[in-house]
Design a protein around this ligand. Structure first.
Ligand SMILES: [Fe+2]
Length: 169
């Protein structure tokens, strides 16, 4: 991303950005967050703590916000690859907002939701999670990496980015 700044010496790796956003759209936004939402709907009536209830509502709102921002970033980065003119400062600002939102969201889930789920959810709830996860494994971090995410996977595990094939975009 830093390659898009005016003073940058780097060439932006737009294929990498688009692969990462595509993964975030196809797995966390489309599967992982809806699964969390199903669990939250089971958790919600059993919560007695007002702070935990408030945190759940924030998490749900963030799922929606993240989903919309992912789609908007994909649209604009895709437009860039087709040489359309995109206001770059707005795109960079939204990207920064996206990174911060994702970080804060994960931290909030780890701090509030995961402990609440561990304490309150039942065997039956976790059985639902395991079965659902088995049917829809993670295409990047699961047992089998999708071919379309092979370059992204290599990047995540630390392969030098300049040696990765970039013919996808
Ligand atoms: Fe989430």
């Amino acid at each position: 991303m830093s390659g898009y700044r005016d003073d940058s010496q780097h060439t932006p790796k737009v294929w990498l950005i688009l692969d990462a956003l595509d993964y975030l759209h196809n797995y966390p936004d489309s599967f992982h967050h809806p699964l969390e939402s199903r669990l939250l709907s089971r958790l919600r009536p059993r919560l007695t703590d007002a702070d935990q209830r408030a945190a759940i509502e924030e998490v749900e709102a963030e799922h929606e916000e993240i989903h919309q921002l992912t789609t908007s970033l994909i649209d604009r980065f895709s437009a860039l690859t087709m040489d359309q003119i995109i206001p770059i400062n707005q795109l960079l600002a939204d990207y920064q907002k996206y990174v911060e939102l994702q970080r804060a969201h994960i931290q909030k889930e780890n701090r509030v939701l995961i402990p609440a789920m561990k304490t309150i959810l039942t065997e039956e709830d976790f059985k639902l999670v395991n079965e659902t996860l088995k049917d829809t494994p993670d295409p990047l971090f699961g047992s089998h990496v999708w071919e379309s995410y092979e370059n992204l996977y290599q990047f995540v595990v630390g392969a030098p980015v300049d040696q990765l094939a970039t013919n996808a975009h």
